[in-house]
Design a binder for this molecule. Structure first.
Ligand code: SF4
Length: 528
């Protein structure tokens, strides 16, 4: 389905304040996050948010207001409703759009609705898993993911739909097998059309420094915006209790917050000072703007920006260790850049380099799982296009197409794939792209194009399961394939194939891999 004409220049009606500021090397755009409430626009809670929006819109330092989309999986007013009022008041609204509650059709409709209301700057998100809902937990949708959403918005972009879409990135990961897939997914998001990226909330300066260094090293030229979360004691306790997916607040920072909160202002001045220091550090590290979150008011935003402007250009190096609160034992991609450990250097970390030598990979292969090795072998003999098994499979499935024998063959396929892979019979198989781990049954968000940002210590946002992308990274690394695992176009599953034979769809070129081959695209060496 084609949704729109090819990309074009924005129309005059488009509010370009944010995108213009990002394009100006001398500017340092500030975004401020507004979080809709549980209730209608006419609710008594609205006025506080609307007043803040009006004041910030009138502030020339604020490039845009972002409106969240059921953040944390909690049911709230939609970004369309609050964003429309702010946009009508002259604000450049950056609307969060999450895949959690919507099919791809509903996402397309929302994109048209947002553009019709003057909102074409979009932060494309997979979204946190639902946390509540009427009469019980709301059902998650995740029909497509953030990469596919970015690709869809890029294809929709045209004179009447001048979308400027960005991507989230979470560099605050503890383990190598969580962090590298985040970076690989960011590259995929950029290929899918992301024009900027915004970090997840976090207080690990080294992680943000490494993100900027990695983006430079890999030629990722889009601007990166750093999230600065303005603390308060109750919110810090919430973060410290691991209640925000993918976010971590350390014991030392929690202790600092509790001590500050005993003061007469409940720590308010100290928290604004910390946020101002974070803004100065982000600017020094090379971020192209900041995203202020934390539901405060225009006066406090003003205080933070004035304090940040009060620092001298080189102060950020001394400030960095003061706002650096890492998780103990965090994997580092780059070698230390200063004595405090808050900053990195451009040299890759020697431990990571050592883990990627042929000898290290060979040793790791000896300990790999037998099931995985068997899956690789079977794939190369039977499902790799051009292999003898593939040619035979194509001949057999071509002959039985539309005949009664197709049904028992499909039952046979499921008899093998359910016990081996917990197959859910989606008919458009992604097993070869995720090191033979099924996204339908083993990822609660059905992420087919890299991990979401919600993992914690390698575990899924819904605890009790390891993230399939961390496992895939571990399976691929001994073979030297971990860094290319997302070197392919975005996979978008076809719901028309549900409960049909994935083997048949593979052999007859009906699945996403077959469609890519027909379009002359590669599958990154992982044909289904
Ligand atoms: S066919 Fe679909 S449900 Fe079955 S293993 Fe493959 S991806 Fe999972």
């Amino acid at each position: 389905m084609t949704l729109a004409p090819p990309p074009a220049t924005p129309t005059a009606a488009t509010n370009t304040r944010f995108r213009d500021a990002l394009a100006d090397p001398a500017a340092f755009p500030v975004l401020v996050e507004l979080v809709p409430w549980a209730g209608p626009l006419a609710d008594a809670k609205a006025e506080k948010h609307l007043a803040m929006g009006r004041e910030l819109t009138a502030d020339p330092r604020i490039a845009g207001l972002t409106v969240t989309d059921n953040a944390g999986g909690h049911v709230r007013l939609s970004p369309l409703s609050l964003g429309r009022v702010l946009a009508e008041g002259g604000a450049n609204v950056v609307a969060h759009v999450s895949c959690r509650d919507r099919s791809r059709g509903a996402l397309g409709t929302l994109a048209w609705d947002l553009a019709s209301a003057g909102m074409t700057d979009i932060l494309a998100l997979s979204g946190d898993y639902p946390a509540d809902g009427y009469g019980g937990l709301s059902r998650a949708v995740f029909d497509i993911d953030s990469v596919a959403l970015l690709q869809m918005l890029t294809e929709m972009t045209g004179p009447t739909l001048p979308f400027f879409a960005g991507a989230a990135i979470n560099p605050f990961k503890r383990h190598e097998n969580e962090l590298l897939p985040q970076y690989l997914k960011l590259a995929m998001k950029i290929r899918a059309g992301a024009r900027f990226t915004i970090t997840q909330v976090g207080w690990d300066v080294r992680a943000t420094d490494e993100l900027i260094r990695w983006m430079r090293r890999e030629g990722m030229e889009i601007p990166a915006v750093a999230c600065v979360y303005i603390l308060s004691a109750p919110v810090a306790r919430y973060f410290h209790g691991d209640k925000v997916p993918g976010a971590f607040l350390s014991d030392p920072l929690a202790a600092l917050v509790e001590e500050a909160a005993t003061g007469p202002d409940k720590g308010r001045a100290r928290f604004l000072e910390i946020a101002a220091m974070q803004v100065a550090v982000a600017r020094g590290l090379g971020f192209r703007g900041v995203y202020l979150a934390g539901q405060r008011n225009a006066a406090e935003i003003d205080t933070i920006l004035r304090l940040a402007d009060g620092f001298a250009a080189n102060d950020w190096r001394e400030l960095a260790p003061q706002v650096h609160f890492p998780r103990p034992g965090t994997f580092r991609l780059f070698a230390d850049g200063d004595a405090s450990g808050a900053l990195a250097s451009d040299a890759l970390h020697p431990d990571w380099v050592a883990s990627r030598t042929p000898a290290a990979r060979s040793a790791a292969r000896r300990h790999g799982s037998l099931a995985y090795k068997a899956s690789r072998l079977t794939h190369s003999l039977v499902f790799e296009p051009g292999s003898p098994g593939f040619r035979a499979g194509a001949a057999v499935y071509g002959k039985i197409e539309g005949r009664w024998i197709g049904k028992p063959l499909h039952v046979l396929e499921q008899a093998a794939k359910v016990p081996l892979f917990t197959c859910r019979d989606c008919g458009d198989c992604s097993l070869p792209e995720i090191a033979y781990l099924c996204p339908e049954s083993q990822c609660v968000k059905n992420q087919r194009n890299g991990p979401c940002g919600g993992t914690r210590d390698g575990e899924c946002e819904i605890p009790g399961k390891p993230c399939i992308w961390a496992r895939a990274y571990d399976r691929l690394k001994p073979y030297g394939e971990e860094m290319t695992m997302l070197d392919r176009p975005a996979t978008v599953g076809d719901n028309a194939l549900r409960h049909t034979s994935a083997w048949g769809n593979t052999f007859l070129g009906r699945d996403h891999a077959g469609r890519r081959r027909a379009a002359g695209e590669t599958n990154g060496g992982r044909d289904a």
